[in-house]
Design a protein around this ligand. Structure first.
Ligand code: ZN
Length: 248
């Protein structure tokens, strides 16, 4: 039975996840890249169950390859990753959701890949995210514009000069939790959709007061995830699964 994984790098109140159904099981998964877990599976009787993993971009975080390998071994075929992001697009403000349509890798870590040989990874030019899953996500979050995500390492914030540069490159938001996961998912043939929720605006723009109720936008996300589960079928084939799988 295939399923969906939510990678949550946003501070959702744990009780809000009840909207996705009661807890069915918790699992720890050992991978060649380290242990992963606990992953929690929730579900309602008439919708596909969903695996949920809190996911923060701390230096001590799990190796992204471990996370993706664990998802693969749990028969996850679709991943929706949600990240707190910094807006460099002046049209975006705190609390706004953004559907990730493409990305730029500005991380400095070693290239992370499942491929164990040098040279080309052998991937043909394909969309950065799964078009079908992203379209379904847009149906349940119709207010969310599409945007380009720029992956950074942190922990420091961007400088004002960097923010101007990122914007000139076409980035809309910055974040620490979707790169390289987005590329690793593609290597494993998994559908991947990314969602950003704007936490702060970039260093080049005057600061604005924080949103009065930071959880309001996040509650919208939980309802969107619930609606998403009623619309997706993790068992239906997608072009993403036809991509090269280097390990299996
Ligand atoms: Zn797909």
């Amino acid at each position: 039975m295939n399923s969906l994984l939510l990678l949550l790098a946003v501070p959702l109140p744990p009780q809000s996840l009840e909207a996705l159904g009661p807890l069915i099981e918790e699992r720890h998964v050992d991978t060649p890249y380290g242990p992963v877990g606990p992953l929690a599976r929730r579900g309602l009787p008439d919708t596909p169950s969903v695996w949920i993993q809190p996911y923060y971009g701390l230096p001590s975080r799990t190796d992204p390859r471990a996370t993706l390998q664990a998802a693969h071994s749990l028969n996850v075929t679709q991943i929706v990753a949600c990240d707190n992001v910094i807006a460099v697009n002046p049209m975006l403000g705190p609390g706004h959701p953004v559907l990730i349509t493409d990305y730029i890798d500005f991380t400095r870590h070693q290239p992370q890949t499942f491929y164990e040989y040098e040279g080309t990874a052998g991937l043909t030019q394909t969309p950065a995210v799964c078009p079908r899953l992203t379209e379904t996500l847009s149906q349940v979050l119709p207010m969310a514009p599409g945007g380009v995500y720029l992956g950074v390492d942190g922990p420091r914030r961007e400088t004002a000069a960097e923010a101007r540069m990122f914007r000139s490159w076409g980035a809309d938001v910055l974040g620490q939790n979707l790169v390289p996961e987005i590329a690793l998912a593609k290597e494993l043939g998994l559908c991947f959709a990314g969602l950003g929720t704007v936490d702060e605006i970039s260093a080049e723009r005057p600061s604005t007061p924080p949103q009065a109720d930071g959880f309001a936008g996040l509650e919208v996300l939980v309802h969107a995830f619930s609606a998403l589960l009623q619309r997706i079928d993790p068992n239906s084939a997608c072009d993403c699964s036809a991509r090269l799988d280097p390990r299996i």
